[in-house]
Design a binder for this molecule. Structure first.
Ligand code: GLN
Length: 287
């Protein structure tokens, strides 16, 4: 009967281990981190190569799979964010490569994309400033819009270009410090610029503070530096009747409303957690 459990390739079936046991070890490794309850499951699914929904059906794992889970958890225990441990994140259903050179896409930013996508489509010219991993630009390119994306970091642009290629998206990438190398006008301008006030950087979770690029987080003394820079170029680069959509910190709604009021109608939109997250500035069309 023992022969019957040989695998098709003739090798003996290795030892199996209860998933529960391994998850206990994973939990104790994750104890010193800011991991939420879902990360143990992501680790298991990544090691097993299965979707989240299939996990409840798994009882046992191979030694090799168990080792993979423990290795991921050990790496995560250093404070490294889970998506950097895996090397990619999911964003708007796409696989986006991430690393220390770019901010890992956040779920809030999917909400920004959803709003912006409503204004995009074939023939629409869109610009994504501070593109980082390229996630916003690539998602918008899927609508058929003509998308340009810029960043000040060469390292980020390399990752962004790989992400565009891997996701079959055509995006024009530009090395540019805000407006520096940007020509022409756009119908839709989107940005998730750095917006954390400098003095708050030190008190961020170590996952963010020690592993994500500060140039993607630090928004200057009041966190608003990059919105001011963006505002300076709007008259020259946003079409009449166009729209600017920026992600922002939950405390920045009033300031952004005042800053962008001279350009048109400003709407502050809450994220799924009920926090102010997006400022939408509709440039008034000429009559
Ligand atoms: N939302 C990000 C964070 O909390 C910050 C993103 C940004 O500065 N653009 O880490």
């Amino acid at each position: 009967a023992a022969r019957r459990v040989r695998r098709k390739d003739g090798r003996r079936r290795g030892r199996v281990i209860a998933l529960k046991e391994i998850l206990k070890q994973v939990d104790s490794l994750l104890a010193g981190t800011n991991a939420d309850g879902s990360e143990r499951e992501w680790i298991a699914c990544e090691a097993l190569g299965i979707k989240r929904g299939a996990l409840p059906l798994v009882r046992e794992v191979s030694e090799e799979q168990a080792k993979k889970m423990i290795d991921y958890a050990r790496e995560r225990a250093t404070g490294r964010p889970l998506w950097q441990v895996f090397g990619y994140a999911e964003f708007c259903g796409m696989r986006i490569e991430v690393g220390e050179g770019v901010l890992c896409p956040r779920p809030e930013t999917e909400e920004l994309v959803e709003r912006a996508a409503a204004y995009c489509g074939p023939g629409v010219k869109a610009l994504d400033m501070c593109t980082g991993s390229g996630c916003i630009a690539i998602a918008l390119a899927k609508t058929g819009a003509d998308v340009t994306a810029s960043d000040i970091s060469e390292r980020a642009l390399e990752i962004a270009a790989r992400n565009a290629e891997a996701n079959g998206a055509k995006v024009r990438f530009l090395l540019s410090d805000i407006w520096e190398n940007i020509d022409g006008r756009f119908d839709v301008i989107v940005s998730n610029p750095p917006y954390i006030p400098t003095e708050q950087i030190a008190s961020l979770d170590r996952e963010v503070r020690d592993f994500e690029p500060h140039c993607a987080l630090d928004g200057g003394e009041d966190g608003l530096k990059f919105y001011r820079e963006i505002a300076k170029g709007l008259a020259a680069h946003l079409e009449e009747g166009g729209i600017l959509l920026v992600e922002m910190g939950a405390e920045q709604g009033e300031a952004l409303k005042a800053m962008f009021a001279p350009f048109g109608e400003v709407k502050i939109v809450k994220d799924i957690e009920g926090k102010d997250r997006i400022a939408a500035v509709r440039i008034c069309g000429k009559n």
